[in-house]
Ligand binder design. Structure first.
Ligand SMILES: O=c1ccn([C@@H]2O[C@H](COP(=O)(O)O)[C@@H](O)[C@H]2O)c(=O)[nH]1
Length: 229
């Protein structure tokens, strides 16, 4: 099964992460390794997840000068990950360097760019000098991402239908901020339920705490599968 669910393994170390991973298999979910787990467990743990057959999204959101980002993307590709990302706010030259570093082999990792973090509201945008709406900023950054040859973006599911319409069905939309109706929203602002996100055009749903903080994470994941059947 080509699953659309990406479980965010936001755990303090590999021992904690493996408690969940050992209950999973690649037909149930893809896995995301972010800054916390990567910093604690390192690249060898990413390789271990790849070895177990999971498509791994390395969510390190690179944002630096173009040369540094290109070299970081090349190093990430060597881990055998399925997907990696950078921040679109790094600009066109940085996006091109990231894309160029991955080459054109058929099995290269997918490269996507974060538009506007799903935790950000219009108030947060004003604080950093962005004067438009989240939708306008996301569209602008997604267009820049596509123009520079990347495979898709991280956005909220609230922007998914607009982006599918504007940028086409092959441009991947990876959406965190997914919350089953009964889940706590926490620090996310632009959220949607799993079923609504898929209906809106999300290609992949990134889900962390609604699964990892559940009393029975496997049961929580299976319940989401049922919900989106
Ligand atoms: O805009 C973004 C980009 C990345 N994330 C990451 O996704 C997960 C979401 O976890 P939840 O516990 O389901 O909120 C987390 O790893 C973030 O770093 C995001 O939320 N928004």
């Amino acid at each position: 099964m080509d699953t659309k669910i990406i479980v965010a393994l936001d755990y303090p170390d590999q021992v904690e992460a493996l408690k969940l991973v050992q209950q999973l298999d690649p037909s149930l979910c893809r896995l995301k390794v972010g800054k916390q787990l990567f910093t604690a467990a390192g690249p060898r743990f990413v390789e271990e997840l790849v070895k177990r057959g999971f498509p791994v999204f390395l969510d390190l959101k690179f944002h630096d000068i173009p040369t540094t980002v290109g070299l970081a993307c090349a190093a990430a590709a060597n881990l055998g990950v399925w997907m990696m990302n950078v921040h679109a706010l790094g600009g066109g030259a940085m996006l091109r360097a990231a894309r160029a570093a991955l080459g054109d082999a058929a099995d290269r990792p997918k490269l996507i760019a974060v538009t506007l973090l799903t935790s950000m509201s219009e108030v947060d945008m004003r604080e950093i000098g962005l004067q438009d709406t989240p939708r306008a900023a996301v569209l602008r950054l997604a267009k820049l991402t596509k123009l520079n040859g990347l495979d898709g973006v991280v956005c909220s599911a609230q922007e998914a239908s607009m982006l599918k319409q504007e940028l086409g069905k092959d441009f991947n939309l990876v959406t965190p901020g997914i919350r089953p109706a009964t889940a706590e929203v926490g620090d996310q602002h632009r959220v949607m339920t799993p079923a609504a996100a898929l209906a809106a055009g999300s290609d992949y749903l990134v889900i962390g705490r609604p699964i990892t903080h559940a009393p029975d994470p496997l049961a929580a994941l299976l319940a989401i599968h049922q919900d989106i059947l």
